[in-house]
Ligand binder design. Sequence first.
Ligand SMILES: Nc1ncnc2c1ncn2[C@@H]1O[C@H](COP(=O)(O)OP(=O)(O)OP(=O)(O)O)[C@@H](O)[C@H]1O
Ligand SMILES: [Mg+2]
Length: 358
Amino acid sequence: MRILVINPGATSTKVAVFEDKQKILQEILQHSVEELDKYPTVMDQKEMRASAVEEFLRKHNLTIDQFDAIAARGGILPPVESGTYIVDETMVDYLINKTKVQHASNLAAVIGYELSKKASRTIPVYITDPVSVDEMIPEARLSGIRDIERKSLSHISNMRAVGIRIAEELGKKFNELNMVIAHLGSGISVAPFEKGRMIDVNNANDEGPFSVERTGELPVGDVVKLCYSGQYTKEQMKKMFVGKGGLVAYLGTNDLREAFKMAESDPKALEVIEAMAYQIAQEIGAMCVALKGKVDAIVLTGGMAYSERFVDMIKSYIFKFAPIFVVPGEMEMEALAYGALRVLTGVEEPKIWRPQEV
Ligand SMILES: Nc1ncnc2c1ncn2[C@@H]1O[C@H](COP(=O)(O)OP(=O)(O)OP(=O)(O)O)[C@@H](O)[C@H]1O
Ligand SMILES: [Mg+2]
């Protein structure tokens, strides 16, 4: 089976070709700021980005006809169950005309769908596990204030792909096991998966541990004081929490490797790294509680999991809870390709997405 993977980010479009589970090609198609500035909305970039993907195919002597499926990154859809969804007219119409959030990921399914229409035969297009997957149990939804409901937005795509891989290594199915998976990227998502279902997750933008550039949870009383201090605009406050918070607020870098270098001569820097590890471990502990302590595996993934030293700091708190597995980096392209593959090989039923009536 040959699968084309399309993953648009803010300034680039990642494309890859998979032969079954093997990635045989991957390129990052860069879009310059000047180029992107020409388009008033993100969706207006679709022809330009689609041509870049077609150019990539031509360069490698490939045609769309040679693919069994296109796997696209899921856009900002309303809350959905995890799984692989068929991209159809309804979804494409929603992403082009109805979605409230402008985000590069919204382009993926649209570009994939339009490319598939250029083939001489029917080529299915799928998305797998968009950020808005919501499988939270009811008790996880309450925040403690009526006006605010907790939201399920996470790095599910990488987390689920990594979880499926560890389950395979253990000779089990993902939906037979309980796992706590921590994605340690620029943002940090920690989620308990109960027999495959993500029953809770901290929203990496405003809950859980601080990361290299986000604060995570903060003492709310002090946040309110800062908001009303008159010292900062709303935009500045938001930037302080996401982008300029966490490690970067203390050390001026959002690169963990850089922080470890600083720590060689500065004990304060080491303390900040240790604090981040401590908070991550606490969140993992909380998510073990969500699984009532019945945890078959704890998995650490994302860029920070490359650092053995950092992983060891986290392990020192949680080693008693469950066996710990480390999958450094991300499997984002694999997540999309394997999602499509599971459907093509009949392992999983594809889902059909319909917007909920409001
Ligand atoms: N080899 C490494 N050793 C230590 N830290 C690393 C290593 N490689 C990457 N990192 C750290 O991982 C972090 C970024 O992780 P990652 O690349 O997964 O994030 P991202 O993809 O940018 O963001 P997100 O996954 O939240 O969308 C950075 O702090 C970076 O310094
Ligand atoms: Mg990432």
